[in-house]
Design a protein around this ligand. Structure first.
Ligand code: EPU
Length: 456
């Protein structure tokens, strides 16, 4: 076996981990062993933005070493926040005492790199009275509009202007609490409201809020800072604005998306993976589907072990907001479902273009048909949305190697897993995108016995 760990020079291995873009993978070998998951990408990056709201330094622990974190770190730095290492590995300290407006060129350098810059609006408006947001990036999984964010900011009294530079938002009269009802329980828009309302004058009532565990963890961060936030029944969040907030010391919630990804890798490759740091509570919905699909798991104090429990079985899944089955889980699951005995259906109801990645799986031998307008079916839990799609997966089909290009973060991870499950050799290009959300990806693959080379 030739894998990254067999590279003699550790510095070279590290370099490849941060710059490798193309993998040659020899499949047909189960992934077995142990991986550790750290803090959730979808909390850490938001908690970093929250540090801008404090009058003293904040410490964030278990921060994953991923490129989305680097983008947010750079954006904080161009706004004058001093970022240093904390007192333990994986911790970061943010000192916002010298925060300043950034120059357009500095902000623009981050254009297209991540979705997180939009969450700087509220904190920057409180701090400096204006915010400039570059073109937003993130995964190419549909239109990803920002209308909920802008409508919410306007409700607080902000003025939104589009200019050649991007979006300029100002609040000459400060920000005032508002009654806001989101058209959909958007994760990002809920975070936007939280990060803005905590220091707005008066009370904000947010209806139809997202209630993902990462949002609850962000609320915990803000409460540590001095915010007053209560979570009411039926997706209602009440925020009483306060004049000042202090820094926090917080350990990030674990990354349940990464944990679910490795669980699906065990299922797809017929392997056996212990995911250190994974917790049951935040993964209940995933674990039910995993079990129905023929997976076996054992919840332990320090993590969860995942493997197959005999032949894989077909399932019908609808993605949904929490506590439903997360949209981020469906791509790696679909790879495993290509090996299930029968017909599975995955309804994607959150994003309008998150099944495009299946084309490459078909190229590798999978039998998957995507219905662009979804398919009608009975017993649906989620009301049908205009933008939904459905994938029908007939299995089991042997997968064979192919030359594929990673389209987005979760799709990319799935291609690597499919290549590892397939017979023969695959080339997977553009794997850099996977580093947006998976820490030390090559090192973890190698530790699980994956047979691959970094060839570019
Ligand atoms: N939407 C709008 N207008 C808006 C905002 C959202 O129409 O202003 C729509 C979106 O187009 C989408 C739906 O609302 O159809 C849900 O989007 P949401 O705002 O909930 O997603 P997000 O905040 O942009 C976060 C995660 C995603 C994850 C989703 C759903 C981050 C940085 N991203 O995105 O994570 O899939 O919530 O849980 O937290 C990933 O990790 O790979 C990833 C894409």
């Amino acid at each position: 076996m030739k894998s990254l760990l067999s590279v003699d020079d550790a510095a070279t291995a590290e370099e490849r981990e941060v710059s490798g873009e193309t993998l040659r993978i020899r499949g047909g070998r189960p992934l077995t062993g142990r991986v550790e998951v750290k803090g959730a990408k979808n909390l850490a990056t938001k908690a970093m933005v929250a540090a801008l709201l404090g009058e003293t330094s904040s410490t964030l622990r278990d921060v994953p070493d991923i490129s989305d974190v680097q983008v947010v770190r750079s954006l904080l730095e161009v706004h004058g926040v001093v970022v240093t290492d904390g007192d333990e590995p994986g911790s970061m300290v943010f000192d916002p005492s010298g925060a300043v407006s950034a120059h357009f060129e500095e902000i623009d350098a981050h254009a297209g790199a991540s979705r997180i810059p939009i969450l700087f609006c509220g904190p920057l408006l409180h701090l400096l009275g204006e915010a400039l947001i570059p073109d937003l990036g993130g995964c190419r999984i549909g239109d990803r509009p920002i209308n909920f964010h802008m409508d919410a900011l306007r409700a607080f009294g902000a003025i939104v202007d589009k200019s050649y530079e991007g979006i300029r938002i100002t609040a000459p009269d400060g920000l005032t609490g508002a009654k806001i009802e989101l058209p959909y329980p958007s994760v990002g828009a809920t975070e936007q409201v939280l990060l803005t309302a905590v220091k707005a004058r008066g009370v904000t009532e947010l209806r139809n809020a997202a209630i993902e565990p990462e949002i609850m963890d962000l609320i915990a961060v803000l409460q540590k800072m001095g915010a007053i936030i209560s979570y009411e029944p039926n997706r209602v969040i009440l925020i009483e604005g306060v004049d000042t907030l202090r820094g926090y010391d917080h350990r990030c919630i674990f990354d349940r998306n990464e944990a679910a990804s490795w669980a699906c890798a065990a299922l797809a490759t017929d392997g056996d993976i212990f995911v250190g740091g994974a917790r049951q509570q935040e993964m209940l919905t995933f674990l039910n589907v995993f079990r129905k699909a023929g997976g076996w798991f054992d919840v332990r104090e320090d993590g969860i072990q995942f493997r197959r429990d005999g032949a894989l079985k077909p399932v019908v899944v609808e993605t949904d907001v929490h506590p439903g089955f997360m949209t981020d889980w469906q791509q790696p699951l679909i790879v495993a479902l290509t090996q299930a005995e029968g017909r599975s259906i995955v309804h994607e109801t959150v994003y309008e273009n998150r099944l495009g990645f299946t084309e490459a799986l078909v190229q590798m031998g999978a039998d998957i048909v995507v219905h662009p307008d979804g398919i009608a079916s009975t017993d649906r839990r989620v009301p049908r949305r205009a933008l939904e799609q459905a994938a029908v997966i007939n299995g089991p089909t042997p997968l064979h190697g192919a030359d594929v290009e990673v389209p987005d973060l979760r799709g990319g991870y799935s291609y690597v897993i499919a290549a590892l499950a397939a017979e023969g050799e695959s080339i997977v290009r553009n794997v850099g995108i996977i580093r947006r959300g998976y820490e030390k990806f090559f090192t973890k693959l190698a530790a699980l016995g994956a047979d691959f080379d970094v060839i570019g």
